[in-house]
Design a protein around this ligand. Structure first.
Ligand code: PLP
Length: 356
């Protein structure tokens, strides 16, 4: 089966994983579900790089971004932005009525840890949380979460670090404990190569203690309940059980069959191959020193819409430009389970189209 779908999420799903969705539904308060969820939680720990708490929420990633803010912020939050998806944190925080500041890196750039440290020092405001975006899908930029989280810890003790890893988890290493993250979330339709509909998350003890003190954190997205139920290998309300089957099988594949190191190396090679081979007909749209291993935004000589339409005629789906970059760029999603050979086959065709 050849992959011809190079969308930066949802991504291509292997046929055997799609078949998992067709398994008979079971009750979610049964020993069978506990077994399945127990296996999922075991495999989520190395994926997140944590020995602490992880769980699965039946919602897309945006729901759990909202949950992270609702559970961890009482009043003030700092949002770091560098493109459309990091700006989503800002929109959610505003809609919840919080006092929101933003630190803008600009589209195509990574957030500078020194600028973050300076911002935290120069403002006397104590933020409840800072939001970070590991991989900005609209521009193809990967932020240095280790350095950014360190800046928060150094300059603003007690401020929680909330990380969107939607388009990085499963394609770019995540070290939740080592980097000192408090909440990390990822919907599954990107680097984890599953159909969209559920989100995985990890949560620190500090975030859990903070959440317990937030009086009105709602019901559906109460992360304290997610943690307590996960301790009992279940979830607070009826989950998308079919997705859990698929997640269980896919995490076994990622962690035990392909292996995390091999998976990250394949993603690095997909990034390098894409950048190297596209240089003949397009400019990398973003700072190459922070080029993402999961998605590349390209500024081609030919109009991006024409290129995508021509590729579509040949059976290939590429991602469109996003937001401010809609008309000037297109994006190649190279994440999830895509084999390097399939990426190269697509790049052969793209070269013909873009140069022709
Ligand atoms: N954050 C990033 C970096 C994303 O790429 C996306 C979706 O593309 C989201 C958040 C939103 O996730 P979802 O569509 O699962 O709500």
């Amino acid at each position: 089966m050849t992959c011809k779908f190079f969308n930066p999420g949802p991504t291509w799903v292997r046929p055997e994983i799609l078949q998992e969705l067709a398994r008979p539904v079971m009750g979610h308060r049964t020993p069978e579900f506990r077994d399945l969820y127990g296996g999922i939680l075991t495999n989520l720990k190395p994926l997140f790089g944590t020995t602490g708490d992880a769980f699965v929420v039946t919602s897309s990633g945006t729901g759990v971004m909202q949950a992270a803010l609702e559970n961890c912020v009482g009043r003030r939050v700092l949002v770091t932005t560098c493109g459309a998806f990091s700006e989503r944190w800002f929109a959610i925080a505003q809609s919840l009525g919080f006092e929101v500041d933003r630190l803008d890196a600009g589209w195509g750039k990574a957030v500078d840890p020194e600028a973050l440290a300076d911002h935290l020092v120069s403002r006397r405001t104590q933020y409840d949380a800072v939001t970070l975006t590991h991989n900005e899908t609209s521009t193809g930029v990967t932020n240095d979460i280790a350095a950014l989280a360190q800046a928060v810890r150094d300059e603003s003790a007690g401020t929680l670090v909330l990380v969107d890893a939607v388009s990085s988890l499963g394609g770019i290493p995540m070290r939740f404990d080592e980097w000192g993250i408090d909440v990390c979330l990822a919907s599954v339709q990107k680097g984890l190569a599953l159909p969209p509909g559920i989100t995985v998350a990890a949560m620190s003890k500090a975030a859990l203690e903070r959440a317990k003190k937030v009086p009105y954190r709602g019901t559906y997205f109460d992360l304290v309940q997610y943690k307590e139920k996960a301790d009992d290998l279940t979830v607070p309300s009826t989950p998308s059980i079919s997705h859990f089957y698929a997640l269980g099988a896919q995490l076994d594949h990622i962690v035990r069959q392909e292996g995390l190191d091999a998976r990250y190396e394949r993603h690095r090679r997909m990034r390098d191959t894409t950048l190297q081979r596209s240089a003949k007909y397009a400019k990398a749209a973003s700072d190459p020193t922070h080029a993402s291993c999961t998605v590349t935004a390209l500024q081609p000589v030919k109009p991006p819409d024409v290129i995508r339409a021509e590729m579509k005629k040949r059976g290939y789906t590429l991602g469109g430009g996003y937001g401010e970059w809609k008309d000037t760029t297109f994006r190649i999603g190279h994440m999830g389970d895509i084999p390097l050979d399939d990426l190269n086959a697509m790049l052969d065709v793209l070269e013909e189209v873009a140069l022709g």
